[in-house]
Design a protein around this ligand. Structure first.
Ligand code: SF4
Length: 478
């Protein structure tokens, strides 16, 4: 099976032609399908389709076939069932975050797509741009061919660009707009919600960043570990006058729960929402939990944009009042497939992201390459690109993170520099400050996003020492 699937990917161009030829025959079958009844004809086709596509593409019969836009690599073989490009957890060797023994399906999809365009790897980039809509789970096991025959092609739905609302939703959107106008560098910071129902500790940690940051991210079950929900923690901060960014991941909730949570957060004053697909559960404190992944980040963005701009749920049902949201997404330029990361980013911006926060940047060469392509496509003018910067207390902690946290890349030279220092913590902070200075010089970088688990004091010090902001005399939270 695997051998045939590899053969199909290698011969994607030829097979795509065969497929296109067969699709041209579809209208000829339409009268027959109508005569016997489209549903019944579909039931006859399903086993034939399963046998043929199962053999060549390891097809899982999702009933919503996307092979023609995924380089003939079935996205149902992706551990998170991503419909719109790779997640940020692809391993350095190109293998899957969830299944280390297997190549990432989206690397195969990229190669297949390049072959379908008639190019060799390196000459062409995957043509992904069109958003692939979320799966309609009612179609599982049904024929996709019948939809071609009966001309029912509602699978893809590229939306128009997001119209910028007249007034910003709050201070963070204002800061992102200001960067576009005046170049004022944006500073955000990330804190994990507490393991307690008492909000006092959370507020105390947030207060460290008074006047130092434009917004505070609240993680959503980061690393698949359980904490207070990001919606609740972000609401606590909003009520205290802070500007939270509520992270919302697709791992733990289906589309019904996600929309309900974002609407509830908006009711509690939370406007900034960062859409994520989410990490695998196996690395967290509940590895036995069932991952959901009903949506990927691109489709979540599109749905939330629909709620905010059109006042509609994903189902099309009208909301009584549309929430005013400022939407963002993540990017990870530091893991494979490097060349496709900008195409992935573009898809998120097309879907509605207006700010982007990246994974930790320890490799300036990779971010420079990424930003070159971002500028070539003009993406920095459509969204504020905020680059992740972090610090850890020791080289040992850095090594652990590089080995255990999916999507984190730390060059050996950085670890060795910190390991050789007499004061490793101070050296880690010096690396972070140097990184911030270097990022400020890269055209198109709008700001930095500081991360460091329960390390608020060090992060506040880095912000002040790097000259990004002056610590205020009086406390006035972000
Ligand atoms: S690395 Fe991520 S995108 Fe690639 S196959 Fe695994 S889960 Fe899917």
């Amino acid at each position: 099976m695997r051998v045939l699937r590899d053969w199909s990917l290698r011969h994607a161009r030829g097979l795509a032609r065969v497929y296109a030829g067969a699709a041209r025959l579809a209208p000829w079958l339409a009268p027959l399908a109508r005569r016997v009844g489209v549903p019944r004809f579909g039931r006859w086709l399903a086993p034939v389709e399963h046998a043929a596509k199962g053999l060549f593409f390891d097809c899982q019969m999702c009933g919503d076939c996307a092979l023609s836009v995924t380089g003939l690599a079935c996205p149902m073989n992706c551990g998170k069932q991503m419909r719109n490009g790779p997640c940020g957890g692809v391993r350095a060797n190109g293998h899957c975050e969830l299944r280390p023994g297997q190549r990432c399906t989206w690397l195969e999809a990229g190669e297949g797509d390049v072959r379908m365009q008639g190019g060799a790897q390196g000459e062409h980039r995957p043509s992904w741009r069109e958003r692939v809509a979320p799966l309609d789970r009612r179609r599982t096991g049904q024929s996709s061919w019948i939809r071609v025959i009966s001309a029912d092609q509602a699978r893809r739905a590229a939306g128009p660009d997001v119209a910028q609302a007249a007034a910003p939703s709050g201070p963070f959107e204002q800061a992102c707009r200001e960067w576009h106008r005046s170049g004022r560098f944006i500073v955000t910071v990330e804190i994990a919600p507490p393991d307690s129902p008492d909000p006092a500790a959370l507020l105390q940690r947030a207060a460290r960043f008074a006047g130092l940051v434009d917004a505070i991210n609240i993680t959503d079950g980061a690393g698949a570990n359980c904490h207070m929900s990001s919606v609740a923690a972000a609401s606590v901060l909003a009520a205290a006058g802070c500007t939270p960014v509520c992270q919302v991941g697709c791992r733990d909730r289906n589309r019904i729960a996600l929309q309900g949570d974002v609407l509830g957060a908006a009711a509690l004053g939370v406007r900034n929402v960062l859409c994520l697909t989410g990490d695998d559960v196996s690395q967290g404190d509940h590895p036995e939990a069932k991952p959901v992944f009903d949506l990927d980040a691109v489709n979540l963005l599109h749905i939330l944009r629909g709620m905010s701009e059109r006042g509609e749920y994903a189902s099309g049902r009208r909301l009584e009042q549309a929430p005013r949201l400022f939407l963002g997404a993540t990017a990870n330029p530091f893991v494979p497939p490097y060349a496709d990361r900008v195409a992935n980013l573009e898809r998120k911006i097309d879907a509605g992201a207006r700010f982007i926060q990246t994974q930790f940047c320890f490799d300036l060469g990779l971010i420079e390459d990424f930003m070159r392509e971002v500028r070539a496509r003009g993406l920095h003018e459509r969204a504020a690109i905020i680059v992740g910067v972090g610090t850890l207390a020791s080289a040992k902690a850095l090594r652990w993170m590089a080995e255990h946290v999916p999507g984190v890349h730390v060059p050996q030279a950085v670890t060795e520099r910190i390991a050789a220092a007499a004061d490793q913590k101070a050296e880690g902070q010096r690396v972070a400050i140097e990184t911030i200075h270097a990022l400020r010089r890269i055209e198109g970088v709008a700001g930095v996003h500081l991360m460091g688990h329960k390390n608020e004091a060090a992060l506040a010090q880095i912000i002040a020492e790097s000259g990004l902001r002056q610590a205020p005399q009086a406390a006035a939270v972000a």
